[in-house]
Design a protein around this ligand. Structure first.
Ligand SMILES: *Cc1c(COP(=O)(O)O)cnc(C)c1O
Length: 431
């Protein structure tokens, strides 16, 4: 058999790029096959360099909420590029973007643009520490906030002891300032606040965790966190890099009616260009340089192409009321997959909120990292491969979330449910 172009490219990539990829999940580890290389993407579809076509449920990990290469975004980028690609000096699009974000997310009075979600959360942590003059941070196991040193930490299960580095290269001294707790466990949070009285700068979380599969906050968990933070003088940071502008115009904070002190944004906000943002009350944001003592900067921050792409995407979302459309498509997908699952009473659990979804290969409830880990990796890998071979591309890891875009059609979803149903029937027979 001749080698596919993707395999040849992957071999070449492995010689010159660590693991052959610029972000680890792209390597398809543990799935029993090489990654494919993309030639082109449009709407809900991807085409690889070997000519295979896929219905895409990754959407560049979230940014492609209108589908790939949406004409309004492409036109905005082209128009902006003809006027100059980067200035490093203020441009009007930055003001438009800041005003739009503040109008859509009421907890944000002032906002800074950055170049990735990682930069956004990193800056939130520094700002929270500078504002409170405290050093410790509470995070939750299974929540991902980019590859920020102090957030790459996940303590031993349920333990309130100080964290161990999750990654080589994170100094233990730094990891000790991070307390990792089980998601949805408010008692653990209360205990941590008690044991670290006056030392907690912030609690950071994905209000809807979507980086260990997808699971939801229990009723009142977010409000209880809000109350605990307020009582302790700590800042509440919502990492809405994934959920911001995807689940609702005002993000998860609008859905749950809980206002954080700081919000990190990314992904959808850049329309596919490298963008992040963080914002909050004027009082806190005024601590940033040049007004305040907390340093934060970026050569390419507020880049005109990125602002143009983001603004075009966000305005189009509002114009077509994409959130309602995405929820309708999500309901169709859920109906289709769950309907088929019911036919063979096998151990699968399907979670969905709006256009985000995840299938776990367990029938036990999933509400935190430990319960998400009950999903059986071998079943996931087989399901993934089966669907991919039939032209349906789901996220290549159990611990990721699926995304619908406004470019998916009911026909795409019908086909997807048929393929997924066949995969589950096969796994069900084997299980
Ligand atoms: C993707 C993601 C990040 C990191 O964003 P990058 O742009 O990859 O740096 C941070 N937080 C959450 C919740 C994310 O999903």
């Amino acid at each position: 058999m001749t080698k596919s172009r993707s395999s040849a490219l992957f071999s070449a990539a492995q010689t010159r790029i660590p693991g052959g990829v610029n972000s680890p999940v792209r390597a398809f580890r543990g799935l029993g096959r090489d990654p494919f290389f993309i030639e082109r993407a449009e709407g809900a579809r991807l085409w690889d360099v070997d000519g295979h076509e896929y219905i895409d449920y990754v959407g560049s990990w979230g940014p492609a909420i209108l589908g790939h290469a949406p004409p309004v975004v492409v036109a905005a980028v082209q128009k902006a590029a003809t006027r100059g690609i980067s200035f490093g000096i203020p441009n009007p699009l930055e003001v438009e973007m800041a005003e739009l974000i503040c109008a859509w997310v009421p907890s944000i009075e002032k906002v800074r643009m950055v170049n990735s979600g990682t930069e956004a959360t990193m800056s939130c942590i520094r700002l929270a520490r500078g504002f409170t003059r405290r050093d410790k941070v509470i995070k939750f196991e299974g929540c991902y906030h980019g590859h920020v040193d102090s957030l790459l930490v996940q303590a031993g299960s349920g333990s309130l002891t100080h964290g161990q580095p999750d990654s080589a290269g994170v100094p233990a001294e730094l990891a000790r300032l991070t307390i990792a707790l089980p998601f949805n466990d408010i008692d653990a949070v209360r205990t941590a606040f008690r044991e670290n009285s006056g030392q907690i700068a912030a609690v950071i979380l994905e209000p809807i965790p979507a980086n260990a599969g997808l699971y939801l906050p229990r009723a009142s968990f977010l409000q209880s966190l809000r109350d605990e933070c307020t009582a302790a003088g700590a800042l509440l940071i919502f990492d809405e890099v994934m959920t911001g502008f995807r689940l609702a115009r005002g993000g998860a904070q609008e859905i749950y009616g809980v206002a954080p002190d700081l919000t990190a944004l990314g992904k959808v906000i850049g329309g596919g260009l490298p963008v992040g943002a963080f914002g909050g009350s004027a009082q806190i944001m005024n601590q940033l340089s040049p007004d305040g003592p907390v340093y934060q900067a970026g050569t390419l921050s507020g880049n005109p192409l990125a602002m143009a792409a983001g603004l075009a995407q966000l305005r189009e979302l509002e114009r077509i009321d994409a959130w309602q459309l995405l929820d309708k498509l999500g309901a169709e997908l859920q109906e289709g997959i769950c309907g088929r699952m019911r036919c063979f009473e096998k151990p699968f659990t399907f979670h969905r909120l709006g256009s985000m979804f995840c299938l776990f290969f367990t029938d036990l409830p999933v509400f935190d990292l430990a319960s998400a880990k009950r999903s059986k990796p071998a079943l996931f890998a087989e399901y993934f491969r089966f669907c991919l071979e039939r032209g349906v591309y789901f996220a290549p890891s159990q611990f990721e979330t699926g995304f619908l875009s406004a470019a998916h059609t009911s026909a795409d979803i019908e086909k997807t449910c048929a393929v997924a149903g066949d995969a589950l029937a096969r796994l069900g027979r084997a299980a």
